[in-house]
Design a protein around this ligand. Structure first.
Ligand code: IMP
Ligand code: MG
Length: 189
């Protein structure tokens, strides 16, 4: 599949250069594989998908459709990345609306970087006594593996680079891109 977006783009204001790293069809193939794994593990369990806003929105829509199971969908929102690439303290901005006691919960996030968000959310939601809790993330960076963070479903492992597209942003921009782009200059320049 050829993409409607060029290999090199600028994103954000002030603009930063990004280069294409993964095509839409490569991402979609990996997402379908993860959806099959989730389907196998949760068939007849009527799970609750809890998407972590905002970055999850594309992956969540693709995963929930492709998993093809009766389910409940809800969202939660944290702020951890402030405007750009700096990681900040985790704060809850929006809670889920539904009762998850005795339900099988699958947290869905765009990317696991340090794993701090996942750690926080697991602790935050486990108090409500779900029947089980797992996490699916579209992308994973190496820091979380080094820190020993276990994520149940990962679609694609990435190098330790800053990325945008497929829901992920740089300072609020770039979420609409169907392909994944990587920053094409040193992060602190
Ligand atoms: P963690 O708590 O360090 O695992 O960070 C997770 C959150 O940081 C993700 O849900 C993203 O919203 C954001 N994040 C981490 N790495 C990137 C990136 O390369 N691009 C855009 N957002 C990122
Ligand atoms: Mg996020």
């Amino acid at each position: 599949m050829t993409s409607k977006y060029p290999d090199k783009i600028t994103v954000g204001n002030p603009p930063r250069p990004f280069r294409k790293f993964l095509q839409e069809d490569e991402i979609q193939r990996a997402v379908l594989k993860t959806a099959d794994e989730i389907h196998e593990r949760y068939r007849s369990k009527n799970p609750v998908f809890v998407g972590v806003l905002t970055g999850c929105f594309m992956y969540m829509a693709d995963i929930v459709r492709a998993t093809n199971l009766p389910c409940t969908v809800d969202f939660i929102k944290l702020s951890s990345y402030r405007d750009g690439m700096e990681s900040g303290r985790i704060k809850l901005i929006k809670d889920i609306d539904i009762e998850i006691k005795d339900r099988h919960v699958i947290l869905v996030d765009d990317i696991v970087d340090t794993g701090n968000s996942w750690d926080f959310l697991r602790g935050y939601l486990m108090v409500r006594q779900p029947a089980s809790m797992s996490m699916a993330a579209c992308f994973r960076k190496p820091k979380s593996i080094q820190a020993g963070i276990a994520v149940d479903f990962i679609s694609i492992d990435l190098p330790d680079e800053f990325v945008v597209g497929y829901g992920l942003d740089y300072a609020g921009a770039g979420r609409h891109l169907p392909d994944l782009y990587v920053l094409d200059e040193p992060i602190n320049s």
